[in-house]
Design a protein around this ligand. Structure first.
Ligand SMILES: Cc1cc2nc3c(=O)[nH]c(=O)nc-3n(C[C@H](O)[C@H](O)[C@H](O)COP(=O)(O)O)c2cc1C
Length: 193
């Protein structure tokens, strides 16, 4: 497995988070999942509006098969060995007092909440793998998501298994990815591309 070496000192939690596909198909205690969702709950958001919503299923519960069935096949083939599936939604409207306006930052805020969930997962010995590869229309219908809410993505969460458990094509990709250099994404002053 390739090593992730940060260019500046950061908490080891950050490079430790990555998106594996080999999961051990174990049950997850509800308390672990609730701790991850609790971490998400403490994310910052514009006006503290907290636009995020999380719909979850734990392996083997009454919702598990339904949730798994909403993933595109390319994701379902490995996510079926996860221990929890979480659909992440955001509220596209900002309703306060007498006003009801489009929420400018609903996805941004919800992304922050998802990141907190994913980092808390690492602390608990799990990995959370985000997936936009879901059947959005069927998910909206099956999960009774109102039009006002955007389905952002789903996440498969579990403990890592030996990559040997994966089909050949996925096994080859089972390693943490690199990042663009910091100078390419952050610069003093105006935009540089
Ligand atoms: C919003 C979002 C959607 C993603 N969709 C998928 C997906 O459908 N299938 C998949 O295998 N990985 C998916 N990923 C995982 C990314 O490919 C992965 O996070 C990225 O390559 C960086 O790698 P790392 O998470 O291992 O650091 C998604 C990640 C995010 C944040």
């Amino acid at each position: 497995m390739s090593e992730r070496v940060p260019a500046h000192p950061v908490d080891p939690l950050f490079p430790a988070r990555w998106s594996p596909r080999a999961f051990d198909a174990a049950d997850m205690p509800e308390s672990d999942l609730l701790t991850m969702l609790e971490a998400a709950r403490w994310a910052p958001s514009a006006f503290n509006y907290q636009p995020w919503r999380f719909l979850y299923a734990r392996r083997g519960d009454a919702h598990w098969a339904d949730f798994l069935d909403l993933l595109l096949p390319g994701n379902a083939r490995w996510a079926r060995d996860a221990s929890a599936l979480v659909f992440v939604l955001s509220d596209t409207r900002l309703v306060r007092d007498d006003s009801d306006t489009p929420a400018y930052t609903h996805s941004f805020d919800t992304g922050a909440a998802w990141a907190q969930l994913a980092l808390q997962a690492i602390r608990l010995g799990y990995h959370a793998h985000g997936m936009a590869g879901i059947d959005f229309d069927r998910a909206r219908a099956r999960l009774a998501v109102p039009e006002r809410f955007r389905i952002e993505m789903a996440a498969a969460i579990g403990r890592r298994a030996d990559p040997a458990t994966l089909p050949d094509d996925l096994r080859a990709r089972e390693q943490p990815s690199p990042r663009r250099p910091l100078e390419a994404i952050a610069y003093p002053g105006p935009f540089r591309g």
